[in-house]
Design a protein around this ligand. Structure first.
Ligand SMILES: Cc1cc2nc3c(=O)[nH]c(=O)nc-3n(C[C@H](O)[C@H](O)[C@H](O)COP(=O)(O)OP(=O)(O)OC[C@H]3O[C@@H](n4cnc5c(N)ncnc54)[C@H](O)[C@@H]3O)c2cc1C
Length: 512
């Protein structure tokens, strides 16, 4: 039922956005908790003994299940303010849950504290100045469904529908349209964020791009990472792209049994070589995005999903031909291709997978894989001492429009990479933790053995992705943030001077 000019909550529009959304301390989504019946959804505190407590204290990654004093589930910015005020008054540490997809225990690991859960804040709206606004509890699903169906635009966000914008955007989220349209944060215009002052007063601030007072707080939300500066109740975007009406989706499969070290090296060399030649900001191949899943040999196959905007086959044909160049006879892949509406592809691609235990590591790569790294990757994926079809190195294409932005324009400093690597392994039995953690640590250490076991920024590798956090990293500030870290620390000092919002890898106060 439409009752206003376009605020959509769970499929029901509930009123126009306030023209005053940009004013500090105002709720950009007045009445957003109203249902079509007009009743506000109350905030709830879920504590031990409540049937919901276990589920709400556990992340998507089931390695992390916490013991907070309670989980505060909120449905409006006002409720969120009240929840933060109460926690601060009680002297409890606050962690924030958006979509719950953190790779580490940054949300759950809060014994005796308060988890503020924004998953009831999922309104999508249009602001009078022409942008769109999304509440802090929205998921990619809300973006791809509600934003697209209501306004015909999208965010170049991640491939998994259940990921929350709460952490995704503030970490610099990217996805299948990012080579064509940049990162999510490249379109960010303002954030509504609850902060805690030095005197422990709590307020909602509208931080806007370029604003002399709040511009730095805004900038910190363009890649500084979640759970670090405050609670984001809403993101505002401007100049969002329209997605292509249709896309080509290709699934390519190589049989491990047809590959030897030489063929594997040719394949990875071809992949990197293609990207080195086709990742300039205006490259015609910016419409292409591929996810190469180098699965452990026990899976039997290596697979790749490629999406290309539109139905012209030229870019996809050229890419697949480039990957096949020089491959031995018999090591060629099979590929199935389909053309489908873009919005259907967002659902077809869903990479969320089941909730399991998992461990992840990441790296940016500015050049094709060095030969020594290819050898280390082959060795880890064919390690006879390890067997897990759910263990892999995923190599995503990167670059093009992402690299049209200066390293200090947003908090995402990595603006010259052509690939983003994600090391992953999944399992279900806690008794197996050591086996899987040990394998992925050995794998990573061996690939970056030349640079101290980490992908340091050196023109070949370029650090790590803060949205794929990894508590094993020793020098995480430099790996995640490079030269932007001191500025992030200055923002922290001004806007979270008591370090209220902190976790194992949150930006430290200066000197910390
Ligand atoms: C299956 C899967 C697929 C993924 N695919 C992609 C992808 O394609 N592209 C990509 O870029 N990333 C991807 N990611 C990584 C994803 O971007 C991060 O895990 C992201 O931080 C998740 O945000 P969340 O709100 O769901 O998680 P949460 O666990 O709720 O939060 C993650 C961090 O952000 C903080 N946070 C959450 N909400 C808020 C808020 N409202 N205000 C302030 N801080 C907040 C939390 O405190 C925590 O520190 C994927 C992750 C998973 C598990």
């Amino acid at each position: 039922m439409l009752t206003g000019s376009g605020l959509v909550l769970g499929g029901a529009a509930v009123g126009a956005l306030s023209p005053g959304w940009a004013r500090a301390g105002t709720d950009p989504f007045p009445g957003s908790a109203d249902t079509t019946a007009g009743a506000a959804v109350p905030a709830v505190q879920v504590g031990p003994g409540d049937a919901r407590y276990g589920a709400l204290s556990t992340g998507f990654n089931q390695r992390f299940s916490g013991t907070p004093a309670y989980v505060a589930v909120v449905t409006t910015a006002d409720q969120c303010l009240a929840a933060v005020r109460e926690a601060v008054a009680e002297g409890r540490r606050i962690t924030v849950r958006g979509g719950g997809h953190c790779y580490e225990g940054f949300v759950s690991d809060n014994p005796g504290g308060v988890i503020v859960d924004l998953s009831g804040m999922r309104a999508v709206g249009q602001d009078p100045a022409g942008g769109v606004a999304l509440q802090g509890g929205c998921t990619n699903w809300d973006v791809y469904e509600l934003l697209y169906k209501s306004y015909g635009v999208t965010l170049p966000g991640g491939s998994c529908y259940s990921v929350g914008l709460g952490g995704h955007v503030v970490g610099g989220g990217y996805g299948l349209l990012s080579r064509e349209h940049g990162l999510t944060v490249d379109h960010l215009d303002a954030v509504e964020v609850i902060v805690v002052d030095a005197d422990r007063s709590v307020r909602l601030v509208s931080a806007r791009k370029g604003d002399p007072d709040t511009g730095d707080l805004f900038w910190a939300h363009t890649g500084g990472g979640g759970g670090t500066f405050g609670v984001v109740t809403a993101y505002h975007f401007r100049d969002l792209p329209a997605p292509p009406p249709v896309v080509q989706l290709a699934t390519t499969t190589w049989q491990w049994s047809t590959l030897d070290p030489a063929a594997f090296a040719i394949l990875l060399g071809n992949y990197g070589g293609y990207l080195a030649a086709n990742s300039a900001p205006d490259s015609p191949a910016r419409t292409l995005f591929a996810l190469l899943r180098l699965t452990h040999v026990s899976a039997g196959t290596i697979t790749m999903t490629t999406q290309v905007s539109g139905d012209d086959p030229a870019v996809l044909d050229g890419f697949l031909a480039a990957l096949d160049a020089g491959m031995p006879a018999g090591a060629g892949p099979t590929t199935t291709r389909r053309v489908m509406p873009w919005v259907e592809a967002t659902q077809t691609l869903d990479g969320s997978g089941p909730n399991q235990r998992g461990k992840y590591k990441s790296a940016y790569l500015c050049q094709p894989f060095p030969d020594r790294q290819i050898g280390a990757i082959w060795a880890a994926l064919t390690d006879p001492g390890y067997s897990n079809p759910q263990a892999l190195l995923q190599v995503d294409t990167y670059g093009c429009r992402i690299n049209a932005v200066a390293p200090d324009a947003t908090a995402v400093a990595q603006r010259s990479s052509i690939m983003k690597l994600q090391y992953q392994t999944y399992w279900t039995d806690p008794a197996e933790d050591d086996v899987h953690l040990s394998w992925i640590r050995r794998f990573y250490q061996s690939v970056y053995a030349d640079t101290g076991g980490e992908p340091v920024p050196n023109g070949i590798t370029d650090g790590c992705y803060v949205n794929y956090p990894d508590v094993d990293l020793q020098n995480w500030p430099a790996l995640y943030f490079k030269d932007n870290y001191p500025r992030l620390q200055a923002v922290k000092a001004r806007w979270d001077p008591t370090d209220q919002f902190r976790h194992a890898q949150s930006v430290r106060l200066p000197g910390g």
